[in-house]
Design a protein around this ligand. Structure first.
Ligand code: NAP
Length: 247
């Protein structure tokens, strides 16, 4: 399959979990990959696997919530690689606790990485997208941004924010054939959900119509769709990849 041949994709949080699966899925479809994580070396495993698929891989380090780092890394990516066709804002964190116990630091950290990071990375590549009159922006939100969850006020607010941001960007950039869509994963098996106690995991599974946690690859398939030529007429949408949890 080579529907993304000669395309360059930037994936944030590409070192592990869902971001790694997204990078490998896009590479398997022919794209060259720019892998961004907190530290450049965190991308090594992903970059090696991209190379094994016969695609080019570049590794960069940046904290997505730091405007100066994001601007510097975006400038370097465009200078080193020449262009970007697909941007996947995937980096994200949780700091779960009940509202009564949530500190201002818990709130700020999650909003800064999940929401501000998505804003900063999108803004940093927007001029390039506008100039080339094309671009696919794919933001990884969460079903928690659609349905809420006790103990995740900061996370739910950040992901609802990502969804609102995606729709505004879609409207602003549509006239230049740039699309922006969001994916809302449900509960996916990664380090983020490994922290769940076994009982909570079992309770969760009973609420999911398809009765199991999803895999990172399930989310990557949806990203591939939004990045593919077949999705050229789709923008401002939120696709839940959640086993039916949020329907
Ligand atoms: P993960 O396994 O914890 O991986 C997150 C990745 O993001 C890591 O590579 C991490 O780097 C990187 N990262 C964290 N903070 C960063 C920062 N400030 N700057 C740059 N990179 C940073 O998480 P995941 O489960 O794959 O989640 C990926 C995305 O999917 C997140 O946006 C998450 O909210 C969303 N999501 C996940 C689930 C789920 O069930 N897993 C459900 C819904 C939505 P380090 O390795 O260096 O920490």
């Amino acid at each position: 399959m080579s529907q993304l041949l000669n395309q360059v994709a930037v994936v944030t949080g590409a070192g592990r979990g869902i971001g790694q699966s997204i990078a490998l899925k896009l590479a398997a479809a022919g794209a060259d990959l720019v892998c961004v994580d907190l530290k450049p070396e965190a991308n090594q495993e992903t970059a090696d696997q991209v190379a094994a698929l016969g695609r080019k891989a570049w590794m960069y380090g940046a904290n997505v919530s730091d405007a100066a780092q994001v601007d510097a890394v975006a400038e370097k990516i465009l200078a080193d690689v020449g262009k970007v066709d697909i941007l996947v804002n995937n980096a994200g964190i949780t700091r779960d606790t009940l509202l009564m116990r949530m500190t201002e630091a818990d709130w700020d950290l999650v909003l800064d990485i999940n929401l501000k990071g998505t804003f900063l990375f999108t803004k940093a590549f927007t001029r390039a997208f506008l100039k080339q009159r094309s671009g696919r922006i794919i933001n990884i939100a969460s079903v928690i941004g659609l349905m809420g969850n006790a103990g995740q006020c900061n996370y739910g607010a950040s992901k609802a924010g990502v969804i609102g941001f995606t729709k505004c960007v879609a409207r602003e950039l549509a006239s230049r054939s740039i699309t922006a869509n969001a994916i809302a994963p449900g509960f996916i098996q990664t380090a983020m959900t490994d922290k769940l106690p076994e009982e909570a995991r079992k309770a969760l599974q009973t609420q999911i119509p398809l009765q199991s946690l999803g895999l990172p690859d399930d989310v990557a398939e949806a990203v591939l769709f939004f990045a593919s030529p077949g999705a050229r007429y789709i923008t401002g949408q939120v696709l839940a990849v959640d086993g039916g949890l949020a329907m």
